[in-house]
Design a protein around this ligand. Structure first.
Ligand code: ANZ
Ligand code: ZN
Length: 868
């Protein structure tokens, strides 16, 4: 290392940042090498979609990851922090249509630009492991694993429904359907049944749910979201006999069986289709249902309608005839696609029964009240704490005993068995989209669907196509489509569906471990690094991405490719970055949003807003409060502008200081300026100290009380900062503590010889503690302080226990419970001395002067309260 001290008096961020980055690049500082002898730490941030340029959410996410990376590295751990690109997906196709550039070019251009931006931020990334999911070297392993899944029956073909735009003659993704219409054409979207590939995530449902409790490193809220999504229900499958067989329903309320007054099936249910064969009205109704809402959320709010099939089932215990209805609130994809309807105790059934005049029978009662009269019920009576009634020999039982008793009798008649039902569905991965990983399947007229053989992987996606709005361009690409059947060799056609992009992000973190291996998906290095020790990303991925990654990891485990069960040991979900929203609306109700940077906000001296004027025309705009930074609200701040103005360190510092990572971060220009001032101040203090060139060695035995107190503050702050960063993730309080410490040192230091030594120790500790947050400035300051190693290679300092022993204590002094002053007394001061010191404090004296002290309360180490 260059020992010559180069530290300008004035902090010039561009020079400082270039110098530090050059050092890291030359020394390969962030290259991670497997070393079984060392404790590893895999620090991972969710990879970005290459949309064009970094936004504030990225910057926040990656700064958090970087602070932790550098912190753990300085603790001697072998840290891996990689980066890559979630590069397939719809936005590239939309951009392609707008600008007529192939998605591949658009994507790679964006990647190249955003990579530069990440480098400017100074993140400690190992760029040798970079992965782009749109590169054949990566996605060939999607294809390879898909083939393994096919062999094991984890991947299978099934008819699924898609959104079909009849005008564009194309399949739409869910997000392209807006209020039932195609986003481009505005045409009414139809449901179409087509064959698609599914992955059996349901086979892992029990495990994915069961282990959540044993994952202390995940936020409770995320675990709850996952549990709800998996949705485990214990219930009974009940058979209702009819003329041609038995209608099965799934219920979680077997205790209400005697209250079933009709049964209902989904529009796609075989019984509905059969009944519709000679009932045109019913056929029309079924068709209407198919066009309707698709999601469960939509179904919940939708008007419930149905139609009687004219058919009947027999109640398995009473023998009563119950009519069979087709109804739009019964989902084909859940349970048996059929329900027993209990209007008295299920709100959907209640509304339906009232609408169509179906009978309602109360079979659960509040044990301390009369049985409800169905004629004047206004809503279903829903409770698990009631007892059964109107249920023959089962009367008077609670939920659990009624369920058990009825289930036993149903089982004896072979009309029911207990079972567990999951809300989770198998994962449909076929997308009728161009910009994705090709599904490695060939369609042969003779052999059917035939998997591509391993030697012929990857099935490479042509990169020169551009969608034009008329469906997947792969369909028209003869060079791609025409091939030979791997089985019989005859001419055949390639599958043109591509994989859901969630496939790409389900295992990228394992590929980083061995990104250069072109012979295998993963290798021993993957076992070294996995699981990820710290994963950081947005809460919007709490469900699907994390669940798919957990599933995919288990599939790879069961194929003996890796050894871990859970991919992410600790999870941190960072909050959104918010900014003000300003708008105007015209008479037609059209809303125009203005960027906060273009609005002048005036405040009175109390901070109350007095005006919001658009800078360009001086006329008022309205405020819509704070909201997530987004294009649609035009309230984004471009991180690049800030970096250009203030440097990466200031931007990083603002991000970490403005709020704790899991909470939302409110954008503030003054906050950024404050961060910039702090970096400059620290720089100035260090520069002054270095320039003074006070060379005395620290001699702890020679320190006086004032000097010991200074050192105590330094080491107390260090202990706090270490805990705040490493355990609590409260980077903001760590930074605040350092700011306070600097103020205190400046106030307390004198020209005394040992003060120079204390400042040397203190500033070294401060620079090391701040280096994860503002690594560039700290890199230069550390050298200037005379250290031989680079700060990134230095060992995180440890608080000196001896320095933490205080020889003085600070007491709060109250008079009649009100704060009146502070005193400092020796640690071993007896009670009389403490009280004497308190009563002598000038401000306290004003409140007790001439009065009789009736009581003296002393809380050791804390407080004195004088009662007068
Ligand atoms: C009778 C009953 C009585 C029900 C009652 C509820 C309350 P979870 O808890 O989500 O598993 N159900 C079953 N299959 C359905 C389908 N395909 N579409 C719509 N609803 C369906 O929900 C289980 C309950 O949801 C089942 O219990 C069934 O209604 C309904 F007082 O059966 B219940
Ligand atoms: Zn063939």
């Amino acid at each position: 290392m260059d020992n010559e001290l180069i530290m300008d008096a004035v902090y010039e961020f561009s020079k400082v940042e270039a110098e530090a980055q050059q050092f890291w690049a030359e020394h390969g500082s962030f290259r991670a090498v497997e070393d079984p002898a060392r404790e590893k730490f895999y620090c991972l941030s969710m990879l970005p979609y290459p949309s064009g340029k970094l936004h504030m959410g990225h910057v926040r996410n990656y700064t958090i990851g970087d602070v932790l990376t550098r912190f753990h590295r300085m603790h001697g751990r072998n840290v891996l922090q990689p980066m890559g690109w979630d590069a397939f997906g719809l936005p590239a196709e939309n951009a392609a249509m707008q600008n007529n550039v192939p998605p591949a070019k658009w994507t790679w251009d964006n990647i190249n630009y955003m990579r530069k931006q990440l480098k400017i931020m100074g993140f400690a990334l190992d760029w040798e492991r970079e992965v782009a999911t749109c590169s054949p070297e990566y996605y060939r392993w999607n294809q390879w694993l898909f083939l393994r899944m096919l062999e094991k029956g984890i991947a299978y073909l099934k008819t699924g429904t898609v959104n079909w735009d009849p005008v564009d003659q194309t399949v739409l993704a869910n997000e392209q359907v807006i209020e039932g219409r195609g986003w481009r054409t505005g045409a009414l979207v139809e449901k179409r049944a087509i064959p698609m590939y599914y992955l059996k995530i349901t086979e892992y449902a029990e495990e994915l749910l069961g282990v959540l409790d044993a994952m202390p490193g995940w936020p409770e809220r995320v675990k709850t979201m996952q549990a709800n999504w998996i949705g485990r229900s214990e219930g009974v499958e009940i058979g209702f006999p009819h003329d041609d067989g038995v209608l099965k329903v799934f219920t979680t309320r077997t205790d209400t069986l005697f209250g079933a007054t009709y049964v209902a099936v989904a529009a796609e249910h075989p019984l509905a289709l059969k009944a519709a064969k000679n009932n045109t009205q019913l056929a029309a109704f079924i068709k209407e249902c198919k066009q309707g809402a698709a999601t469960e959320a939509e179904l919940a709010t939708m008007e419930k309608c149905g139609m009687d099939t004219g058919l009947f089932v027999t109640h398995p215990l009473t023998g009563d005839k119950l009519s069979i209805w087709v109804s739009n609130y019964v989902l084909m994809g859940y349970g048996e696609g059929a329900i027993m309807a209990v209007p008295a105790h299920d709100q959907r059934d209640f509304e339906f029964a009232r609408k169509y005049g179906l009978p309602i029978t109360v079979v659960v009662r509040d044990p301390d009240a009369d049985i409800l009269d169905e004629r004047n019920m206004e809503e279903a009576f829903i409770t698990y704490d009631g007892v059964t009634c109107n249920s023959g020999k089962y009367d008077g039982l609670g939920f659990a005993s009624a369920t058990d008793a009825i289930a036993v009798d149903l089982a004896a008649k072979d009309h029911g068995k207990k079972r567990v039902q999951f809300r989770l569905r198998d994962w449909g991965i076929s997308r009728q989209r161009y910009w994705g990983c090709p599904i490695p399947i060939v369609h042969c007229d003779t052999c059917g669907t035939v998997p591509v053989s391993d030697e012929n992987l990857p099935v490479t996606l042509p990169e020169d196509l551009a969608p034009d709005g008329s469906g997947n361009p792969l369909n028209k690409c003869e060079a791609f489509v025409n091939t030979e059947c791997p089985k019989c060799g005859k001419a055949a056609r390639r599958e043109t569906d591509t994989m859901d992009t969630f496939v790409d992000s389900s295992w990228y973190f394992m590929r980083y471990c061995c990104a250069d291996n072109n012979n295998a998906m993963v290798d021993e290095r993957t076992n070294y690094w996995m699981p990820v020790d710290q994963y950081i990303g947005g809460i919007e991925h709490a469900i699907l991405h994390l669940l798919y990654a957990r599933f995919w990891t288990r599939v790879m485990r069961d194929l003996d490719l890796i050894k871990v069960d859970e991919p992410f040991t600790n999870l941190l979900t960072q909050g959104m970055v918010l900014n003000h929203i300003y708008y105007r609306s015209d008479d037609a109700g059209r809303i125009e949003y203005f960027n906060p940077a273009d609005v002048d906000v005036t405040v009175d001296d109390r901070g109350k807003i007095t005006g919001m004027l658009l800078k360009t025309d001086g006329k008022p705009v309205h405020s819509d409060g704070l909201g997530t930074m987004s294009k649609s609200k035009n309230n984004g701040v471009d991180p690049q502008d800030l970096v250009d103005r203030y440097g990466a360190d200031t931007v990083r510092l603002f991000m970490m200081f403005a709020s704790p990572p899991e909470q939302t971060l409110e954008w503030s220009d003054t906050g950024v300026e404050g961060a910039a001032r702090f970096v400059k101040r620290l720089w100035r203090v260090v520069h002054e100290h270095v320039a003074e060139n006070r060379v005395a060695e620290l001699d702890i035995g020679a320190l006086d009380a004032r000097q010991r107190a200074m050192r105590c503050a330094v080491h107390e702050t260090l202990a706090k900062v270490t805990d705040d960063i490493g355990r609590r993730f409260t980077f903001n309080t760590a930074i605040a503590a350092i700011m306070e410490l600097i103020n205190l040192l400046i106030k307390k230091r004198t020209d005394a010889t040992q003060d120079g030594a204390i400042m040397q120790e203190a500033l070294s500790i401060i620079v090391q503690s701040m280096s994860p947050v503002i690594p560039h400035a700290c890199h230069v300051m550390w050298q200037a302080l005379g250290h031989d190693s680079a700060v990134i290679d230095s060992t995180w300092p440890e608080a000196d226990e001896a320095a933490l022993v205080r020889d003085e204590l600070k007491y709060v002094v109250q008079v009649n419970g009100k704060l009146r002053g502070h005193i400092i007394v020796p640690v071993d001061a007896p009670r009389e001395v403490i009280v004497a010191s308190a009563t002598a404090e000038p401000n306290v004296l004003r409140f007790i002067d001439g009065k009789e002290i009736r009581k003296e309360i002393v809380v050791p180490g804390k407080l004195v309260n004088l009662v007068v």
